[in-house]
Design a protein around this ligand. Sequence first.
Ligand SMILES: NC(=O)c1ccc[n+]([C@@H]2O[C@H](COP(=O)([O-])OP(=O)(O)OC[C@H]3O[C@@H](n4cnc5c(N)ncnc54)[C@H](OP(=O)(O)O)[C@@H]3O)[C@@H](O)[C@H]2O)c1
Length: 330
Amino acid sequence: VTEPIRWGILGTAGIARRSFSPGLRAAGGGRAYVVAGRDLESARAYAERNEIEQARQGYESVIDDDDVDAVYVPLPNELHAEWTIAALRAGKAVLCEKPLCATLAQTLEVLREAEERAGLLWEAFVWPFRGQTRRLEEIVTTGEIGEPREVQCSWHFTVTEANNIRLSRELGGGALRDIGCYPISLARWLFQAASVGGIAQAAWNESGVDIEMAGVLSFSGERRLVFGLGFRGPEEQITRVLGPEGEIILTAAYHSSATSLLEVRRNDGTVIDRSTHDAGPSFSDAIRHIHRVLHGEEAPRHLAVDEAPGNAVAIDLLDRSARSGCFERA
Ligand SMILES: NC(=O)c1ccc[n+]([C@@H]2O[C@H](COP(=O)([O-])OP(=O)(O)OC[C@H]3O[C@@H](n4cnc5c(N)ncnc54)[C@H](OP(=O)(O)O)[C@@H]3O)[C@@H](O)[C@H]2O)c1
């Protein structure tokens, strides 16, 4: 593996511009080596704007390049499986955007490939690598609010462009996959358990995509995630973790920054902590970890083989419930 790590990016995605590229610059030890797009001219313009060394036409040109160490896959969800498998087969480390795949079947296929090749594959949840999450872990393990029994997440924003990938069924869109995957991953981590069932209700667009969804994902021991998500509300995100003695309120649980607040309140209303824990781009810690793993300096953590199956099972059962109107079991 080279020093610095050479990254290849598949697609001229908004998230790669807004989050991955600043994170890579802040992480150090890596280069934005090449971006490939469906159209060469757009890829060139994108490379120039985002300080990427080369631009190419066609994603396979990145996969086939022996000089690329790691591949970032920020494509529409429905394309994640095909290109992640291609990158793993070419021996690359892969950071694939969340959700790892559009369906449970695709997820299991991708993970089989990663396992068989002992490939390094991460689903791009960056929150586990942030300082705020270490504080969250400390609050829970030291019992500051007691044993968490409910995670609540309300997350809305407005999608206006009709051609946004989030509104396309063929591309694996929908609020559950786009944003629901975050609180699902957080609840599974906090409860250290797999979901056992769930019930959800959605509003659908004409192509059959959930543009809003609300529901409950159940865990053993009467623990639950309660969520409301959507693409047609005012911009808001709030996550709460409730325990018998208090609650934790997070204004940005999944992409913490210098302005994200973590607040701990006791049941009598006393605020015992109100703090921020992170600076710099939210992707920087996860990317730094990947660089260290590739250099043999750290053991890999939060690999997709360990985390993605539980997320995909939960998404699948909530999707089935929203379509059937019934409580669905894992
Ligand atoms: N981790 C996070 O914080 C975060 C935040 C937002 C989104 N995401 C995830 O990142 C991925 C991309 O989201 P995004 O918001 O960045 O989307 P986006 O801006 O629309 O980017 C997707 C890219 O995929 C390529 N593409 C290939 N086939 C396409 C098709 N048929 N239609 C549209 N684009 C196509 C396009 O690049 P070319 O035309 O150049 O090939 C496009 O720029 C999704 O999986 C999403 O869930 C993650």
